[in-house]
Design a protein around this ligand. Structure first.
Ligand SMILES: C[S@@+](CC[C@H](N)C(=O)[O-])C[C@H]1O[C@@H](n2cnc3c(N)ncnc32)[C@H](O)[C@@H]1O
Length: 277
């Protein structure tokens, strides 16, 4: 028992385990995450619709979306993809959550909008080619390790037209400043979020100050066994993201201090990048 508890509280090596697929695709969690996406009172998985409308209006103003080929990576339930299509773009939405894609398809059907949705992992599956614009929204580059980010940035570069643009947002150094280490234990922690069965959960958070990374680690103990979710977050400055993009063949065209212009909180910022010619 002592050794097991000690194990639950071990600080893992930075980016040593990847469990984003568990968080987003394990059936019970996929349901919870989809609900969180659509809940207008929590910004945990997506921005509220009012903010999404502002971001899409800015994208349209900047890139004149009508007639463009756009791929939305990690599109979730299609909140951005459907809006791009409504503005006349030819859109591919890609996500590894079959649950979210089913919701996105049903919504497109109900609203009579044409979007191609694919259940796929953007780290391992092919991306559509010849794109004018690729978006990766809500800091989705940040849970990835440096080598995963390098893989993804290389694939995005290959998918873009030579003059295409990659638009995304990342967590900022300011958000890292606010991140506090803590340790919590509770039966059915987060009101049954982690399982429909009875469970005990340990939640330990860690700062990795040398790497500007945080970890939110959940250990779920159920009658059938013990499993873990590791939520990593890499925090960037405009300088660090530019260096990483340059290494992967991109030039930074613009840094947006608040990606959602009407709600600047400085915990994230937006980036517009284009392939180096
Ligand atoms: C934080 S949510 C953001 C969703 C959407 N961009 C939005 O802002 O409404 C992250 C999304 O990325 C998806 N995702 C995470 N890693 C992925 C991967 N490797 N391949 C495909 N989808 C992924 C998740 O399933 C989830 O729908």
């Amino acid at each position: 028992m002592y050794n097991q508890l000690k194990n639950f509280h071990n600080r893992p090596e930075v980016f040593s385990v990847y469990t984003a697929d568990v968080l987003w695709t394990q059936p019970h969690l996929a349901d919870q995450m989809l609900e969180t996406h659509l809940d207008q009172d929590t910004p945990l998985a997506s921005r509220p619709y009012t903010a999404i409308d502002r971001v899409v209006a800015w994208l349209d103003e900047t890139f004149q979306i009508n007639g463009k080929a756009i791929c939305d990576l990690g599109c979730g339930p299609g909140l951005y993809a459907e809006r791009y299509a409504q503005l006349g773009a030819s859109v591919c939405g890609l996500d590894f959550s079959a649950n979210s894609i089913a919701h996105a398809k049903a919504s497109a059907r109900a609203n009579d909008v044409s979007v191609t949705y694919k259940v796929a992992n953007y780290l391992t599956d092919p991306l559509p080619q010849g794109q004018d614009l690729i978006t990766l929204i809500y800091c989705d580059l940040c849970p990835l390790s440096p080598s995963q980010r390098q893989t993804l940035l290389g694939k995005i570069r290959n998918s873009l037209k030579p003059d295409g643009a990659f638009v995304f947002d990342v967590a900022s150094a300011k958000a890292f400043k606010f991140f506090i280490e803590h340790s919590t234990f509770k039966r059915n922690y987060m009101e049954g979020f982690w399982s429909s069965n009875d469970y005990f959960a340990f939640n330990n958070t860690y700062r990795y100050d040398d790497e500007n990374v945080s970890l939110d680690h959940f250990t779920i103990v159920e009658e059938k066994g013990i499993w873990n979710v590791y939520n990593w977050m890499q925090y960037f400055t405009p300088v660090s993201i530019e260096a990483e993009l340059n290494e992967c063949g991109f030039n930074v065209i613009d840094i947006l201090s608040g990606f959602d212009v009407d709600a600047v909180d400085e915990t994230s910022f937006g980036v517009v990048a284009k392939p180096i010619k």
